[in-house]
Write a protein that binds this ligand. Sequence first.
Ligand SMILES: [Zn+2]
Length: 451
Amino acid sequence: MLRYVLKCPICGKEYTPHPLHVRCRECNSPLVPTISNIDIRYVLGLRIKDTNLGVWNFESLLVSNSFVKENYNRITMGEGVTPLLHVKNLGKMLGVDNVLIKDESRNPTGTFIDRGASTLITLVSNAGFRKVSVASLGDLGISVSAYARRAGMKVRVVMPHKVTPSKAYQTLLLADDVEFVSTYEEAISKVMKLRKSFPVTPLNPYLLDGYKTIYYEIFLSLKRHPDVLIVPIGDGALLTAIWFSIKELKGDVTIVGVKGCSSTVILKDISVEKPLYEPLIKDIVKESNGLVIDICEDDVLKATRILSLSEGILVEPVGASSIAALIKLTERNLISSKDIVIALITGGSLRDTAILRLLSNRQLISGDELRIGFTKSKILEALVIYGPLHSYAIWKIIREKYGIKVSLRVIYQHMEELEKLGLVKIHSYKRVSGRMRKIYEVTRKGMLYLR
Ligand SMILES: [Zn+2]
């Protein structure tokens, strides 16, 4: 008999599952659903019977299942059961034989969160609640709203007004009510105070219940544990859930947590300043002999591009962050070529189309064919700072300001090449010292290069 409990990850105290019991009574830590006595042979014997059933293919391993009545209504859209792709081209580039991508962008609303929305909404709708309120940074609100709709429930979403516009639009379409507030913390405290509806924050154990199925699927596909698992941290809920699955199955896996630089706008979803599960994340990473890798905007743009070109996989920035971390791990020789490495891609590209625009612009000027040298980049900089100039003036400026001592003939050559690359164009002609000279200016493409 499997024993379902809600466990405190900090003090270890266990509780009988209840929909409204989400925090430890001893230490106030968010609780995690877990099964205390799984036989690994039992898990290896499980089969995906019906993809339409989504995470409910793992029904016996879901704590949410432990107290809903018989003949209950499963709220599912076929979430989960996502591909685990062996990305050989990418692996070859990085010198690692076995890199696999768990592609969570294939979920109904495009993120792994759908797994948790299915378990949570199944539980609360079958427990008799008619309305949910969600505190969201974007994805959670979309996902829970979609599943609540499917369950015929009402939804209110409270979110910071700075969320990615495309995510705000999707939420507005799905929810009955959307309230915008200044910060994420404010959204959470608002939701907790609302009466007559079931409050959903990222800490809810029954979301983690669904997230855990990601690892069950990985384990079932490989028939063994991977060596390294790369997971974006975000608020920490996903990493915590996966760690509990690994422990249930007695695995020994190195966890690499991915964190976005705080300055990075495109990574705001994983740049949560203080993850809600922060102390726990630190312990997990340490216990697994892993590490946390910081990823900045350029790392993600590079990873998004490499992934799309090498494997044809389009992902959103947060999704690409685990690939960016993988690139850094291999650059630092932290992965052995024989390791089985799994990078979790948490979401797809259509969720954040602004980034595709940014990336396409960058791509115009960052291809290998356009890798321009130091002197050319200083010429562009001089043109931007000092305005349209002729070659002689450019020669003088880069000599005096940047200490670049080349002949005037070399400058003529650089200007010709920059013009061919479309980074500068002729602004006008001017007679200087009795000779007609070309006056150059930087093009839009040139500006993009400098940026
Ligand atoms: Zn506790």
